[in-house]
Write a protein of this length. Structure first.
Length: 350
């Protein structure tokens, strides 16, 4: 039951046909909802994700395409859940002659980044932004350079955030996936999204975040994570913000779905939420410890899966030249069979 609430009236539900990769129902219904909900204020669309599930990682692109369907004149901007200094990180220690032509974060991302979770899909979304001149910004706190998941307090902006909102934790380790780290990350994201939205003059701003950020999260004993209070969620920050409207797109996934949302979630915030059922749980995770050939094969499989999703969706969402090239090189790349999803596809219970 959604957030433990028996009355789910007012929470739209979009269902992908069972046993299908067709995302057209999602795109079409999101377009209708965006058309209905976009008023005089900018609309911030938060899409939830499990970081290595392809259909979740693709949601920002689907939402951006839906916004263009809703009104081709909408100006769109995009944020990503990465360290705000990501461009500096990607270009660090590279030859100046090599990076002289790189002017934007998407340029740097497409040239040098290969994130472990669904990397081909993430690059497809970034390519979509480049094709359509959509400005992109990384909006999260700086992460520790050694990759331990803690906030990097040597970064001036992150340190200033800690000084202002958690002074008692100055010079202490603050894990980004625990309550205090999540709270600080949400504050930073809210601030940076607002600034980027204003600078871009955007009508619609689309940003993906892990599902726990959207409306809070119950304690997950098996992952030693949480709880994350609903009243400190990124969704709540935007719901309370008088300058914007907010819409949350929440993919319902077994074990990481609506059952994890706290019972005390603000009912008004709940009314700004769209639940999506039936998205494929197919995931791709290119672990750093994998041999290079294993990750290369995973990349080809992911590209093949994206192409199958596009085919079943009547090519409703755009594929990058990179994905098309990868698929052309390996026409026999296999994808999962929808009939094998079984219990892994969570269905919404109203």
């Amino acid at each position: 039951m959604f957030a433990g609430v028996s009355d789910t009236e007012g929470v739209p539900l979009i269902s992908v046909p069972e046993g299908s990769h067709d995302v057209r129902p999602v795109m079409d219904e999101l377009a209708a909802l965006i058309r209905e909900r976009k008023g005089d204020k900018p609309l911030v669309i938060l899409t939830g994700e499990v970081h290595h599930v392809v259909s979740h990682v693709l949601l920002p692109q689907i939402a951006m395409q839906a916004a263009r369907l809703a009104d081709p004149d909408f100006k769109i901007a995009h944020g990503i859940e990465r360290s705000h200094n990501l461009m500096d990180i990607l270009l660090r220690d590279r030859d100046d002659r090599e990076v002289v032509a790189i002017q934007t974060l998407p340029d740097a991302y497409l040239q040098y980044e290969n994130a472990p979770g669904a990397p081909v899909t993430r690059r497809n979304v970034m390519d979509y932004c480049v094709r359509h001149h959509i400005p992109v910004e990384a909006v999260d706190v700086a992460g520790s350079p050694d990759g331990d998941g803690n906030l990097d307090q040597s970064d001036p902006a992150t340190r200033m955030l800690v000084e202002k909102y958690a002074r008692h934790l100055l010079r202490e380790k603050i894990p980004g996936n625990e309550s205090e780290g999540m709270r600080l990350r949400n504050i930073m994201a809210h601030s940076r999204i607002k600034r980027h939205l204003s600078e871009a003059g955007a009508d619609v701003y689309v940003v993906p975040y892990g599902g726990a950020h959207l409306m809070g999260w119950k304690r997950m004993e098996e992952r030693n994570e949480g709880p994350f209070p609903a009243n400190e969620s990124l969704g709540q920050l935007f719901y309370n913000d008088p300058d914007v409207d907010v819409m949350m797109v929440f993919p319902n996934t077994s074990g990481l779905g609506t059952e994890q949302i706290p019972e005390d979630v603000d009912r008004g915030l709940l009314g700004k939420t769209v639940v999506i059922d039936g998205l494929s749980p197919q995931d791709y995770w290119q672990k750093k410890e994998n041999p290079a050939e294993v990750n290369a094969e995973l990349g080809l499989q992911e590209a093949g899966f994206l192409r199958e999703m596009a085919r079943q969706s009547g090519d409703a969402f755009e594929l990058s030249d990179e994905v098309q090239h990868m698929v052309a090189l390996t026409p026999d790349v296999g994808t999962d069979s929808p009939v094998d999803w079984g219990a892994s596809v969570q269905r919404f219970e109203g």
